[in-house]
Design a protein around this ligand. Sequence first.
Ligand code: ARG
Length: 435
Amino acid sequence: MSNFLWGAQGTEDLDRAILAFTAGEDVVLDRELFVYDLTATAAHVRGLSRIGILEEAESKRLCELLETLRQAFERGEFVLDEGFEDGHSAIEAFLTEHAGPLGERVHTGRSRNDQVAVAARLYMRDRLGAIARDCVAVARACLEQARRHEFAPMPGYTHLQRAVPSSVGLWMGGFAESFGEDVAFIAAVLELLDACPLGTAAGYGVNLPLDRDGVAAELDFARLQVNPLATQNARGKSELMALQAVYHPMQDLRRLAWDLSLYTTAEFAFVRLPARYTTGSSIMPNKSNPDVVELMRARVATVEGALHEIQSVLSLPSGYQRDLQLTKGPMIRGLQAAATSMAILPPLLDGLEFDTGRMRDAVSPDMFATDLALEIAASGVPFREAYRTVKEERASLADRDAVESLRQRTSPGAAGALRLDEIEARLDAVAAPFG
Ligand code: ARG
């Protein structure tokens, strides 16, 4: 018996090298999409029964078999491998094996083109939801550290040169705000992706009164992808949107990872990582290396590479082209890289130990120059004149007492400038859709 829906009579008909080239890698990737394909297939089957193409009992039987297949797949008893051209064919083959001609009716009114599009959308929706939840947890962990050390002074750097006094609250509160913004961005992309492709078939619709709205509602989509050709043209574009959604938190994560790898050096020694996030050296007994944050930082490359790969594939005319299959691998790889990196971050942040003494000592008196100039300017002197005065009389900054009194008056956060409550309120609002 052939497993190929389009009629090839067994693998002997097909050049094995060609088959490996067109489908070999893809069917393995379909393992990631398989349960989503099964869910969408069940919704399609119930839709067919609502328009009288399947009897109620036939629809029930097919849905039971789809559930059996899901369980067998999850237990590892059903293996999706090169014996099938893809996950879509595997579903029809299983149904046909167990229900004969009834199984062969499952593909009425659909194409693998809308089938793969819906499975990919359901997959992306799940992944993005999980990444958004982790992103909220990251933002909350940053906020927690900001609160714990709200007024702990540390240097604020520009150009990596000491600039002005800052605080742990300001540094960590900044990341809380950024990751909160990323959650809102993911939510916006999820809203764009919240439209159901099923029922558009190969890209030109079908001459059947499919219950598209009912199927979309059952799959929890807010609306339809209306135009069938636009639906196929959105393949790859949707995947790009999903990767762009996770790119922003990954970029923030890269910046945070950079800060941590810098601040954990012996030269800075502002921060210690929890021991379980460091590794030793095979040759240098003295080493404790921040491999985890380095690998987080490097995983941004996987997301960037995935974005570039899909952008390159999408140089296409209208409608389905097999090229689109090659958007699947980078989409899955990119989302997995983001998911694993974001998931590991909250407990790491929670376990950070700050050497607040070292941080305070790194705030040298000359870093109060700007505060001093502003204090003079506030008394009515033009700022440029105040600037020159301080620049010329920097010696006054060596006066420990004067600096100490300035520090008391202007320490970051002392005037409530950090507004951590405001950052938290905004975070609560953007986190709400993610439970
Ligand atoms: N593996 C294919 C993909 O990801 C499924 C759709 C196949 N459609 C086709 N007309 N050959 O694009």
